[in-house]
Design a protein around this ligand. Structure first.
Ligand code: 3K0
Ligand code: ZN
Length: 436
């Protein structure tokens, strides 16, 4: 989501999408679907201009130079036009049926390698059963529709008495970003396989506690595939009283500077509807409550985090609510440590590193809350692909192995830095000299 490749690739977007989506199903219809579509918008070049586009209630899905892709309803698209931009509707999600009749509640036939909620839970249970001394599962709460939201704890029995620094990985706040669940399953597999065989993994699991929340938005994810074709759904599935519009954007519902700064919407029909209050979405409350339980004797055990999203291939750090690099609660040293480790992770996975607000202003995001409220070094990764032309939110299943493994080194880097993020800027003594 960054103006990093003006020209070539962007210019091809519309043409490739048109060819990709022949026979594509209508986007985001159905109960509370609201008739949203993706549009290519030509014109906005600056973060402020993109923030103005987002302020219409659209979600900004990718950015290439002065061309951006948004998801919006027809009225929001008109408002974007009124800002003076060119707006062209794109085809709906790709048809991956392979010519077969869609089967409700499953991924389309050609994407069967992606895991439904039930399949992901079953795979996780099997992984835990295979590595009972390394992994355990906690049900940390339930989604609006009553699905379990789980956290998997991964750590070895070595150093049992130590307060090991903890690292949190969260996945799938946005329903259509299914690749992020595959990322969680990949990490669990790697940790299971690598403990005792890979020295880096072994060292980390002896000295860290890893928490993986593989599916923050199970209801949204299931809704997205409920017809057997994709619906391009983003939010959760919580009804909004007095409105037929369903859902809250979970990544605008966190309790730090919620609704502060024009980075979310108060309209239920918006893709970035922030909810009626911070933590009004049960899924956000569940994860936030879990994070708060990790504050023990007044000290937050979780030191670092990654929240996985798609797409655009970015590594981002806070804040999203302000364009400024530093702000109350985010010092120059904090910023420098964020940027140093962020750039190093990006060098390993080939993503683009930047502050979240370089894209557009957001408020009520998980990263701003994790840092602003809990002082956890929290990053957002926007995974593959870099553009809509490569599949956007729906990359083919053939890329799952490659694109999850692509983040292996970055994840290990974060684990290695988590005990003292300020070591990365040569300030370990100043910030981490007492036992952390
Ligand atoms: O912190 C952020 O900037 C979040 C970016 C994220 C969002 O919530 O707008 N982008 S996404 O919705 O396309 N995954
Ligand atoms: Zn997302």
């Amino acid at each position: 989501m960054r103006p990093r490749s003006p020209g070539g690739r962007a210019a091809a977007t519309v043409a490739v999408l048109l060819s990709l989506a022949l026979a594509a199903p209508a986007a985001a219809r159905g109960p509370g679907g609201g008739g949203t579509h993706e549009y290519e918008v030509t014109g906005p070049r600056t973060a402020a201009q993109r923030t103005a586009v987002a302020a219409t209630g659209a979600s900004v899905d990718s950015i290439h130079g002065d061309r951006i892709v948004i998801t919006a309803g027809a009225e929001q698209a008109d408002r974007v036009r009124a800002l003076g931009h060119r707006v062209v509707r794109l085809p709906g999600p790709p048809d991956r049926s392979g010519g077969r009749q869609p089967k409700p509640h499953t991924f389309p036939a050609q994407d069967a390698k992606y895991h439904t909620y039930a399949e992901a839970m079953a795979e996780i249970d099997a992984g835990i059963a295979a590595h009972p001394s390394l992994m355990s599962k906690q049900v940390i709460g339930r989604s609006h529709e009553g699905r379990d939201i789980i956290a998997v704890k991964v750590t070895s029995g070595v150093n049992p008495g130590a307060a090991k620094p903890e690292v949190l990985f969260t996945h799938h706040q946005h329903a259509r970003e299914h690749l992020t669940v595959e990322m969680a399953l990949y990490l669990l597999k790697e940790f299971g396989k690598g403990y005792g065989t890979d020295s880096r993994v072994t060292k980390m699991l002896d000295n860290r506690v890893v928490w993986i929340v593989p599916d923050v938005n199970p209801d949204g994810g299931e809704f997205d595939i409920a017809t057997g074709s994709y619906r391009n759904w983003r939010k959760n599935r919580q009804p909004n009283s007095g409105s037929s519009n369903v859902g809250t954007d979970l990544n605008r519902n966190w309790n730090y500077k919620w609704a502060c700064c024009g980075g979310s919407s108060g309209s239920t029909g918006s893709e970035t509807y922030r909810g009626r209050a911070a933590e009004s979405a049960p899924e956000v409350k569940v994860v936030a409550d879990f994070v708060r339980t990790r504050k023990i004797d007044g000290k937050q055990r979780i030191k670092a985090a990654i929240d996985f999203h798609t797409y655009s291939e970015l590594v981002m750090w806070p804040f999203g609510w302000t364009y400024d690099d530093t702000a109350p609660g985010l010092t120059q040293d904090d910023h420098d440590a964020f940027a140093k480790v962020g750039k190093s992770m990006a060098a390993s996975n080939g993503y683009t590193p930047e502050q979240s607000s370089d894209l557009y202003i957001t408020d009520g995001t998980i990263d701003d809350w994790l840092w602003g409220d809990q002082k956890i070094f929290a990053y957002t990764f926007e995974m593959y692909p870099s553009s809509a032309a490569q599949g956007g939110f729906y990359p083919p299943a053939s890329v799952i192995d490659r694109e999850t493994a692509r983040n292996r080194d970055a994840v290990l880097q974060l684990l290695e830095n988590a005990d003292c993020m300020y070591r990365s800027i040569g300030k370990e003594q100043q910030y981490c000299s007492t036992a952390e």
